[in-house]
Design a protein around this ligand. Structure first.
Ligand code: NAD
Length: 251
């Protein structure tokens, strides 16, 4: 489905990003796997061992010069950028808004919103020069609804949905599709770490019960939707905010 396409995946060291990088490569993509964690090398090693094509880059998506660097690198592979899955993100330390520090607010927004903006900015610039492409951004169900104690994360993920729609409006005529995925509860390191916070752990039963499908998801279940949105099969889909949430936001 992604045969021959050059695709960037951010947050590729772990969780949804790692599963996506591996799956895209299985589908024939040449993957540029990006993460600030050194474990991104292990993702690429697994892809190459399985016969796929991938490069690892250890960068911080909240630093513009570093974003420019990995976009330029991806374009250098085949002279174009076909797709990007802007998925890197951080969780917030649970806190009611009136006790949330400005420092924590800025830390969460610097990655989840500023970082996604920087990725879109430089990827679109590259795609405009080389004939279009597809971008998928990872928001969250908290890009559509809210829970308690997650104000910074919720605001940033709502921002990702708005940014996705704005980019879709601006660039659809130039052959660039931009969509967002809104995952529910996915079994990744981020989710497990979140549950180590006693305030969040108390909500675990409620979180599971809030997903009508009756279980949490595996990262591959998000990767499959990202792959489809990045593929030509989704040629008429742009500006969409697609839940991958076991019915959470339908409930
Ligand atoms: P994860 O922690 O397993 O993976 C996130 C990856 O992003 C990590 O490898 C981390 O090193 C990387 N990263 C963080 N900040 C970065 C930065 N500044 N530059 C480069 N890389 C950076 O978490 P995950 O659950 O796979 O999360 C992936 C995305 O899915 C995130 O955007 C997250 O907000 C979103 N999400 C996750 C869930 C869930 O339940 N797990 C639900 C909704 C949305």
């Amino acid at each position: 489905m992604l045969q021959g396409k050059v695709i960037i995946v951010t947050g590729a060291a772990s969780g949804i990003g790692r599963a996506s990088a591996v799956r895209f490569a299985e589908m024939g993509a040449h993957v540029v796997a990006v993460d600030r964690a050194a474990e991104v090398e292990a993702t690429v090693a697994a892809i190459i061992q399985a016969g796929g094509q991938a490069h690892a880059m250890q960068v911080d998506i909240s630093e513009e010069a570093q974003v420019q660097r990995f976009v330029d690198f991806a374009v250098g592979i085949k002279g174009r950028l076909d797709g990007a899955f802007n998925n890197a993100g951080v969780d917030q330390v649970s806190s009611p808004l009136h006790e949330l520090s400005l420092q924590e607010w800025r830390r969460v927004n610097a990655v989840n919103l500023d970082g996604t903006f920087l990725c879109i900015k430089h990827q679109v610039a590259a795609m405009l020069k080389t004939g279009g492409g597809a971008i998928v951004n990872t928001s969250s169900v908290l890009g559509q609804v809210a829970i308690t104690l997650n104000g910074a994360y919720t605001a940033a993920k709502h921002g990702v949905v708005g940014l996705t729609r704005a980019a879709a409006m601006e660039y659809s005529r130039q052959g660039i599709r931009v969509n967002a995925i809104l995952p529910g509860a996915i079994e990744t390191d981020m989710f497990r770490q979140g549950m180590s916070d006693p305030a969040m752990a108390m909500q675990l039963g409620a979180i599971k019960a809030a997903h009508p499908i009756g279980r949490m998801a595996q990262p591959i279940e998000v990767a499959e939707i990202a792959a489809w949105l990045l593929s030509d099969a989704a040629s008429y889909v742009t500006g969409a905010a697609m839940p991958v949430d076991g019915g959470y936001t339908a409930a």
